[in-house]
Ligand binder design. Structure first.
Ligand SMILES: Cc1cc2nc3c(=O)[nH]c(=O)nc-3n(C[C@H](O)[C@H](O)[C@H](O)COP(=O)(O)OP(=O)(O)OC[C@H]3O[C@@H](n4cnc5c(N)ncnc54)[C@H](O)[C@@H]3O)c2cc1C
Length: 481
């Protein structure tokens, strides 16, 4: 691979010529990690206004061997959007590619540009009487291009799948500046290799997504929500199984929430009120959605009462209006912000087989307690076996425990491996975990990944050091803190 070159004033001028108005000041949102743990290095930020401009910028970078770091909403949690150890690179922001190109309600699809904010995509689908179901707490800032680049998950995966399952086609600027127009809305297409699904989840290392065709769905006729107190993660899993038997695909979210999450909200958000009086150790937040009016709310209350009779549920809150529903989900979606304010020692976005979730939590708690006395905020998408297992210092002793970070991380990682789980369930690999991927991935799988990277990006200009360590970079492959 050729050596990477920094952007100097001549190249800045060349970028101005091919993409007038693209230059941005490299500060604020372009520099900050959402969890405040790392900062971007010096870079040139460009926000081109069209696919042609993206291609022209990539063409210059290809010719001059300059690294490009694609930038969406900047909400990524593994540092993929924040350049590090690179000779002054281009940070390429998609923010101006933000048009909804087409909505086809009868074709159940829409074509959107990569820089559309997820919440705006949801709203455009809704305005056309359809549903775009991808949803996560960062929906007001993250972009659909970033969601696809990270194959984002979120709260509705149990019913609709992750970002990959919601995409029919892509438009991509490849590392040699050519544009792949794959904006198909075909539901079936077995012609050749599936490169759409290769680009999705590649975190900007194989190309820049400039637009996508997304799948739309029927809007639910009714949604019912409940926050239910359960005795333990095992009870939550049993309840999930029972609800699956009873409601099948009507379950559109099934979230596990540990008490610590609500304790943190109480500590960091002065207006917070517990929605369940009994303040249980574990809760599940359930959404059921029905395609026709079948009084799903009564059915949910009835199923919860039956579960209470069988000692599976001890308390519950049942919002009776859309406003109350939104408030309850607002509480769930504020947990990551509460975590950020408290300041984790070590955060893990892991997955294990669904039926191993309770055993995993028990084993991880045990291993972490052997390292020291910590607060653990474990919550997540139990229906997908995906947990956010985050470890915090005891109250009022934040800095004293930072030195334990490595030990805590290794302890949790050991348990994940014991359960044949994934170290990155939905947030991706980014720069933070590229070293771990190189060390832990199956050797045959890892060499296939390297071969794909070499084939599509032989000069290694697309997001070097993200996902795969780059031997040209001094710090590459060392886990970011
Ligand atoms: C409060 C909060 C809650 C979150 N909850 C969830 C959750 O429930 N589920 C989940 O999966 N994630 C979650 N995340 C993580 C994050 O929101 C997702 O990873 C999101 O998909 C990133 O989108 P973005 O536009 O912000 O991308 P960025 O952060 O800008 O970039 C992420 C990666 O994608 C690359 N990239 C961005 N845009 C493009 C593009 N157009 N083409 C090619 N590469 C690109 C970047 O180079 C980088 O490697 C959460 C984050 C926060 C802060």
């Amino acid at each position: 691979m050729p050596k990477l070159n920094p952007v100097g004033s001549e190249l800045e001028e060349a970028f101005r010529r091919v993409s007038p108005g693209a230059m941005r000041i490299h500060e604020g949102k372009y520099c900050d990690d959402p969890r405040g743990r790392s900062r971007s290095q010096d870079a040139v930020v460009l926000a081109p206004a069209s696919t042609d401009e993206v291609s022209a910028i990539v063409g210059i970078c290809h010719r001059e061997s300059v690294a490009i770091v694609p930038f969406g909403g900047g909400t990524g949690l593994v540092g993929g959007q924040l350049p590090q150890d690179l000779p002054r690179p281009v940070v390429l922001s998609l923010e101006r590619l933000n048009r909804i190109r087409k909505v086809s309600p009868s074709g159940d699809s829409m074509i959107v540009e990569a820089g559309c904010i997820l919440e705006n995509v949801q709203a455009a689908a809704d305005a056309a009487g359809r549903l775009f179901p991808l949803s996560l707490a960062a929906k007001g800032s993250c972009q659909i291009g970033g969601n696809l680049a990270t194959n984002a998950g979120g709260v509705h995966v149990v019913r609709y799948g992750n970002a990959r399952d919601l995409c029919l086609g892509l438009e991509v600027v490849l590392p040699d500046s050519s544009v792949w127009d794959g904006l198909t809305s075909l539901r079936k297409d077995n012609a050749g290799y599936d490169l759409r699904n290769l680009i999705i989840g590649s975190e900007g290392t194989l190309g820049i997504i400039t637009a996508a065709t997304l799948k739309l769905f029927r809007r639910p006729a009714e949604i019912a929500t409940a926050l239910l107190a359960v005795a333990s993660p095992r009870a939550a899993l049993d309840l999930h199984f029972r609800f699956q038997e009873r409601f099948g695909t009507m379950i559109s979210a099934f979230e596990l929430i540990g008490r610590t999450g609500f304790d943190f909200l109480e500590e960091t958000h002065p207006g917070f009120r517990w929605p369940i009086e009994s303040r249980p150790d574990w809760m599940v937040l359930v959404d059921l959605s029905a395609d026709t009016d079948i009084d799903i709310s009564s059915r949910l209350v009835e199923a919860a009462s039956k579960a209470a009779d069988d000692s599976m549920v001890s308390d519950g809150a049942f919002p009776s209006s859309a406003r109350q529903r939104t408030d309850l989900w607002g509480i769930r979606e504020s947990i990551p912000e509460a975590n950020r304010r408290i300041g984790a020692i070590s955060s893990h976005d892991i997955s294990v087989p669904v039926d191993s979730v309770p055993d995993f939590i028990e084993a991880a708690d045990r291993e972490v307690s052997q390292v020291g006395n910590f607060r653990i905020n474990c919550f997540g998408h139990i229906g997908d076996g995906n947990l956010h297992y985050n470890v915090f210092p005891p109250r009022r002793s934040a800095n004293a425990h930072l030195s334990s970070e490595d030990e805590v991380r290794h302890a949790v990682r050991r348990v994940v491996r014991r359960f044949r789980g994934s170290l990155s369930a939905e947030h991706g690999t980014g720069r933070r975990f590229s070293g771990e991927l190189a060390t832990n991935a199956d050797p045959a799988l890892f060499s296939m990944m390297q071969a794909v990277k070499r084939a599509l990006d032989p000069n290694g200009i697309m997001n070097p050091g993200a996902v795969l360590p780059d031997p040209r970079l001094t710090g590459s492959g060392s886990s970011m803190t």
